[in-house]
Design a protein around this ligand. Structure first.
Ligand code: CA
Length: 627
């Protein structure tokens, strides 16, 4: 890693050391490569007022501008103002502020060590292997805002509360993936009394927690401390913490911290000299640029080190280049999970064969991508919410689901020529594939079922919901679920709820009493996966050796995990997914079988045992048996 950074002509930690605080004085070091001058302003407040001091920074090596201000600056705020080409670029908290004032306009000088909660020294990332991750994708506000017992509705601190921890532990997920929780722009932190909501895909300060999720966004140390308290509480419960990171674009170009320090360096332009927009959000960053590349490496590393994070979900990872993603992988501890969206939202101003797209995942060991093959084969294509697929027993989706079951690796029984999007396997190892049927994007599963199967009743909806997630939780990829699916959430049919009100986005906690069978089934499937290594073999070789598909009619997918796969206590495990509206028979070698999943119920101790050569799978349900 050090060699790689040296090759870029940069110093390790170049960005990360933007301010160094001691009681005697604070040093400032800003990368501003083409600046003519840089002013440092010191303020008493996080917003408003005039600087109490302005210091002209001096130019050092490699475009780093430096200043030292004597005295104890704790509690003060600061901005930089860069002059380039005769023009002042405007005030900015810099590139790597670790604490900011309200709405992230000014950096804040705090004593980072004082933000550590009790017991933080012994807190660590949990070090789970990729095969141990069962990911629960959650939004800080959705999760807790409507929960009656919540002391801190909509805040990081909600995830320290007993009811929250108890829910996650009871469900059995091993990791929570938080939608953007770095400082983003769209929610006005000064007016949290007004109804506001956003997913947060509009980055402002990459290395600071978001203020609206803290109990006091005006006090810079509070969000830092509360984020750590959240991580600690989750870690204490054995739940890993994954952050959704959005380095592919910034809120805007004009006012971004990148543009106000190093104009145009961090963004891609197309052949016409216009800003490229591969993110669909107005711009796209340039990870191949040595500065952006190092910035990303340092930022990932900072979150992992300072906040003990267990994983990262990389938004529109297909905008970043392969080399940068591999350097990030190398810079992070081996067991920090990295997965991303292996696509972009528009065309990028960089050769597609060099981008961290899904098709190139095999060149990125230890990095995973979401499988849209499996997702869309189950529920229907992302391009049309009203179209159904396997869940409506439509033919032609078996191979795509099979690809998802094996983790999109090469497998002798998966015919990739019949897979919906990828005509060849793209993962070298099964843990390079995220298995899912819904996430925050697009309709949640309930809404999708309603939209694609007109007139569907509640009973059928529940049957198909459980069937869909059975594919996810028995996949050799890394299983991933949207929070609230376990309580049959809906979003009133809203497809893109990124700024919808709480009434759309909040979890319906009352549903826990209304549909207890849904929670029980999810919990059962997760327990099954955790108790049986056959479902998470972790290597392509083992999957090819132990996972065998059975020849079955349309509307069914069936496979067995044979010969005590992965050292499993069960010799052979048969999984059958039946989307047909009638019961189906599947031929198996005559033997005594015990069912553990049947007709929407899970019991790991066994539901029923019979000696047979034919498994009967009830309509619209999954059957799992073992011998
Ligand atoms: Ca913010």
């Amino acid at each position: 890693m050090m060699a790689a950074i040296a090759a870029l002509g940069m110093n390790a930690g170049q960005f990360n050391n933007e301010i160094t605080y001691t009681k005697r004085g604070t040093t400032f070091a800003l990368v501003a490569q083409k600046a003519q001058s840089v002013n440092l302003n010191i303020y008493a407040e996080g917003t408003g007022g005039k600087p109490v001091k302005t210091v002209a920074m001096r130019k050092g090596e490699k475009g780093v501008w430096k200043a030292e201000v004597k005295g104890d600056l704790k509690g003060r705020f600061y901005t930089f103002n860069v002059k380039q080409d005769g023009k002042m670029l405007g005030e900015t908290p810099g590139l790597f502020a670790k604490a900011v004032g309200v709405n992230g306009k000014r950096g804040a000088i705090i004593d980072m060590a004082a933000t550590n909660p009790e017991g933080w020294e012994s807190d660590r990332a949990l070090g789970y292997a990729p095969t141990d991750f069962i990911v629960y994708e959650s939004h800080n506000r959705d999760f807790s805002v409507s929960r009656k017992e919540a002391r801190y509705p909509g805040k990081f601190m909600a995830l320290t509360e007993p009811w929250a921890i108890e829910h996650l532990k009871s469900l059995g997920v091993t990791a929570i993936h938080l939608l953007p929780s770095f400082d983003y722009a769209s929610v006005d932190e000064e007016h949290l009394d007004r109804p506001q909501f956003n997913w947060g895909y509009d980055p402002l300060n990459y290395n600071v927690p978001e203020g609206s999720y803290s109990t006091n966004p005006f006090k810079p140390e509070v969000r830092v401390k509360e984020f750590k308290q959240m991580v600690k509480a989750l870690h204490d419960a054995g739940i890993a913490v994954i952050l959704d990171v959005v380095y592919n674009h910034t809120m805007d170009i004009q006012n971004s911290n990148f543009q106000r320090t190093n104009p145009d360096v961090f963004y891609r332009k197309n052949d016409k000299g216009e800003y490229s927009d591969g993110s669909g959000c107005g711009n796209e960053t340039a990870s191949e640029n040595p500065l952006m590349r190092q910035y990303m490496i340092e930022s990932f590393k900072y979150w992992a080190d300072e906040y003990h994070l267990d994983g990262f979900r990389v938004d529109l990872m297909g905008i970043h280049d392969i080399a940068t993603m591999n350097l990030i992988r190398e810079a992070l501890p081996k067991n920090v999970l990295i997965y991303g969206e292996g696509w972009s939202a528009g065309s990028c101003a960089y050769p597609v064969e060099k981008l961290a797209m899904k098709a190139n995942i095999y060149q990125m060991p230890g990095i995973a991508a979401f499988s849209d093959e499996m997702r869309d084969a189950i529920r229907g294509p992302f391009s049309d919410d009203h179209q159904s697929a396997f869940l409506a027993a439509k033919p032609g989706h078996q191979e795509s689901i099979k690809a998802g079951i094996v983790g999109c690796i090469e497998h002798p029984q998966v015919d990739y020529s019949k897979v919906n999007y990828s005509k060849k396997p793209w993962a070298a190892e099964p843990t390079q594939m995220m298995a899912y049927v819904s996430c925050h994007d697009d309709l949640c599963l309930v809404d999708r079922l309603k939209a694609s199967i007109p007139g569907i009743g509640t009973d059928e909806l529940i049957r198909l919901d459980l069937l869909a997630q059975t594919a996810v939780f028995t996949s050799q990829g890394v299983p991933f679920m949207l929070s609230g699916e376990e309580m049959l959430r809906d979003k009133k049919g809203v497809h893109n709820s990124f700024k919808s009100p709480d009434s759309i986005n909040q979890l319906p906690w009352d549903n826990m009493q209304k549909y207890p069978q849904v929670f029980a089934y999810y919990k059962g499937l997760i327990a099954l996966r955790k108790a049986h290594p056959a479902f998470r073999l972790g290597s392509a070789e083992l999957v090819r050796k132990h996972l065998e598909f059975l020849p079955v009619e349309e509307g069914l997918v069936a496979f067995r995990l044979k010969d005590n796969a992965g050292g499993d206590a069960w010799r052979d495990i048969y999984v059958v997914l039946n989307a047909n509206k009638y019961a189906c028979m599947v031929d198996v070698p005559e033997d005594a079988y015990t069912s553990v999943v049947a007709a929407g119920k899970v019991n790991l101790d066994g539901i029923r045992s019979t000696t047979t050569s034919k498994l009967e799978v009830p309509a619209q349900s999954a059957l799992i048996v073992h011998n």
